[in-house]
Design a protein around this ligand. Sequence first.
Ligand SMILES: [Zn+2]
Length: 188
Amino acid sequence: MKSTISSTLQERCQGLCELCSTDSAASAYAVSPKNNDVIENEVALCDQCLSILEGKDAGNHWQCLAGSIWNTEPSVLALSYRILYGLKDQDWANELLTSVDFEESVVTWALSAYQVQAVHVDSNGTELQNGDTVVLTQVLNVKGANFMAPKGTVVRKIRLVPDNPEQIEGKVNEQTIVILTKFVRKSA
Ligand SMILES: [Zn+2]
């Protein structure tokens, strides 16, 4: 996702593309799955870096990432890591990836683009979807909420927890709680 550069982002990047540090920054690129809400999610990009990200042939252009991996902004690091990871079968890219000690949160953010969406299944192995209705297959002791949901409780319109295939969210007693998928059965 891209949008126009805010004045605060313009100030952060000092007018230059945060990947290549060569050309003028022209767009604010949000590093997925985050969006353009805050500049901490964004990277200021020149037209050339943006067009390569959108599919144009990179040539040798991504060698510039040898500079951007030393940036202090997590968004710039995550995007740099993500691009290099896609090129890691090339020695130079692999070397750059291993030359910096990236924060775990940066790596997770970077690699989210490569992860297959987790599949959530119920106690019978049936795949669950957002909006499904499930039935509790055992008593649920809701920690922190001070109540027990009996076996057989129907929970409608569940939400899958995106980064954890063992968890869903649903409303019980008007409260949204996290439920383990192994304790539910999909209702027909
Ligand atoms: Zn650039």
